[in-house]
Design a protein around this ligand. Structure first.
Ligand code: FE2
Length: 334
């Protein structure tokens, strides 16, 4: 099987007990081949393909996960029985693979919604919520439940007519009221699921609630919101704003972090939002950025008390964004 070294697996390789031995898209090396041989597994050239770039692999994984979510949502809409337990078994390895990726900003742009907003958005919110869950140090079991709840948070949208969902313009009051129902529909759908933890359905119900009580559907305040719902609310706002929609372009990065930062004074949970902004900005250190005047720069230092306005290096000159608000970060690149 030495001829397979350097080629990429098309599918997961399972042991005789059904456990994943080597994940799909892995580029095989000598150790992998030894592992396969020790399990008496023989692969051929049909099981592998030429290696792809990390970006191509990511895009493939995002599309596969999106397709899976689309199928799940459609089955649920037709009242076909769907095992959420099985869905989660398929999804966890992929979602985990995403959150372990080192090129976080590449990943964030990879999970930006394209034409299939409704489905990609759920994957995007699943990934971002999982990252937040790791940053706030949830236990393994809690993290798995959060990933699942976040990935299914908008499942109630299957009950909203397509023409309202994908309307290119602003909603009328009546359409907005209709749209809001996706939270209650999601709650009803997930209450019947085979994963019996009530938090799964609660996240679908509460992710548009706000800590100041001005959210929907019930206008409950932060003290009544589940902690998972608060995490998903932050991830939802971030992913929605950074995605291109039928009626607007993606919002520039500085605008998104600025809005998130101001939302922590009332709408979003202040602690979760701070953890998110602090981590995402710290990860950006060393990354290239595009400024609002088109110049390229690099993030050099993130102020712990003001993470959204870092110190950047523009053509060898340091610019402190906390002191100069004419310069803004439009986009963070790899
Ligand atoms: Fe939603």
């Amino acid at each position: 099987m030495k001829e397979l070294i350097g080629r990429q697996l098309k599918k997961d390789v399972l042991s005789n007990f059904g456990l994943i031995l080597i994940r799909r898209h892995t580029i095989l090396n000598e150790t992998h081949i030894d592992k396969l041989m020790s399990h008496n597994i023989v692969l051929s050239l049909n099981d592998v393909e030429a290696p792809q770039t990390p970006g191509e692999v990511r895009e493939k994984l995002v599309s596969e996960a999106t397709d899976e979510i689309r199928e799940v949502f459609k089955s649920l809409n037709l009242d076909k029985p769907v095992s959420i337990k099985e869905v989660s078994q398929d999804l966890f390895p992929t979602m985990n693979q995403f959150t372990e990726e080192l090129d976080l900003f590449g990943l964030l742009s990879g999970i930006q919604a394209k034409d299939d907003y409704t489905y990609r958005h759920n994957i995007g919110v699943g990934v971002i919520s999982t990252m937040i869950g790791k940053w706030v140090k949830l236990s393994h079991d809690e993290l798995q439940l959060l990933t699942l709840a976040a990935t299914l948070h908008d499942v109630g949208k299957v009950k909203i007519p397509e023409e309202v969902l994908n309307k290119p313009g602003k909603f009328t009051d009546k359409e907005y009221e209709l749209m809001k129902n996706h939270t209650v529909y999601g709650y009803e759908i997930l209450q019947k699921a085979d994963v019996t933890d009530p938090r799964l359905a609660l996240v679908a119900l509460q992710h548009h609630e706000r800590t100041n009580g001005k959210g929907y559907p019930n206008g409950i305040g932060g003290h009544k919101m589940d902690y998972f719902s608060k995490i998903v609310a932050v991830a939802d706002v971030f992913h929605a704003m950074t995605s291109k929609r039928v009626y607007r372009e993606a919002v520039p990065f500085y605008e998104v972090v600025k809005q998130l930062n101001s939302s922590k004074f009332g709408e979003l949970d202040p602690e979760i939002t701070s953890v998110f902004l602090q981590n995402i900005m710290t990860i950006s250190i060393g990354n290239g950025v595009i400024l609002n005047d088109g110049r390229k720069a690099k993030v050099v230092f993130v102020h712990p008390k003001d993470p959204i306005r870092p110190l950047i290096d523009v053509d060898g000159q340091f610019v402190d964004l906390s002191k100069d608000d004419r310069v803004q970060i439009m986009k963070i690149v790899g």
